[in-house]
Ligand binder design. Structure first.
Ligand SMILES: [Zn+2]
Length: 241
């Protein structure tokens, strides 16, 4: 009988010693962790730079609304607001343009090539930016005027493009246009920049200038700020995803 009692007692002593040794081990491990632990546990994301691209410019006005709004001006207005929001939150931004201009070298023979040179220049800016996230701002237009709503395209070359596009499209629905059930679309070769860029890249068509209600909303600086704000929040959300 004594022997029977002794066994559980020995087991309890063993458990006690094991627990003390384990606690000591973890205390020492925490105090003198290996150098690699800091790197592995570092929660700070890799810094990135948003390359903001206001589509069109200068002699290329882009789409035009019946009321006379030019796409190039709305694109730049939203891009500048978005730049200010990003920079105020410590995110680096590179703009492809900040004025009403097309990007082509005036010293070369640009005749018939202005648009191609312009797109190549925008591509070069994105490719020369380290850890770039490319966000292009455009307006849509379609022969049938009933079509409306923000639409996001993404580059098929980096999976983060689709992720960011999904977040922007979903935030457009929840924050700005509850009736907008559009789905994101993968860019084909028709969208030169998204087709060629290897970094995360999206193109936001902020609305249809061929639709009177969209054009009217986009004519308001407040509405354009709201569009910039939802893209800004989406970039933050994608960063933390
Ligand atoms: Zn456009």
């Amino acid at each position: 009988m004594y022997r029977d009692l002794a066994l559980p007692f020995k087991f309890l002593i063993f458990l006690l010693i094991f627990s003390i040794v384990a606690m000591l081990f973890f205390a020492v491990a925490q105090r003198f962790g290996t150098p690699s632990e800091g790197v592995l546990n570092d929660p700070s994301p890799k810094p990135f730079t948003v390359v903001l691209d206001a589509g069109h410019g200068g002699e290329d006005g882009g789409a035009v609304s019946d009321s006379g709004l030019f796409e190039k001006d709305l694109n730049l207005s939203i891009a500048l607001s978005l730049r200010d929001l990003l920079e105020a939150n410590g995110i680096d931004v590179v703009m492809t343009r900040t004025t009403d201009t097309l990007l082509y070298d005036r010293d070369v023979d640009y005749h018939g090539r202005k648009k191609a040179l312009d797109l190549a220049a925008r591509r070069k800016i994105a490719e020369e930016t380290e850890n770039a996230v490319f966000v292009s701002i455009h307006m849509n237009a379609y022969p049938l005027s009933q079509y409306r709503g923000l639409q996001v395209w993404y580059s098929p070359n980096d999976p983060h493009s689709q992720e960011l596009a999904e977040i922007i499209q979903s935030n457009a629905h929840s924050m700005l246009q509850p009736e907008n059930d559009r789905k994101i679309k993968s860019a084909t070769s028709g969208i030169y920049l998204l087709h060629h860029l290897k970094c995360p890249a999206v193109l936001v068509e902020c609305g249809f200038l061929s639709n009177a209600a969209d054009a009217d909303a986009l004519s308001s600086p407040d509405y354009r700020n709201q569009v910039a704000f939802l893209i800004f929040l989406s970039i933050l959300e994608a960063q933390n995803a």
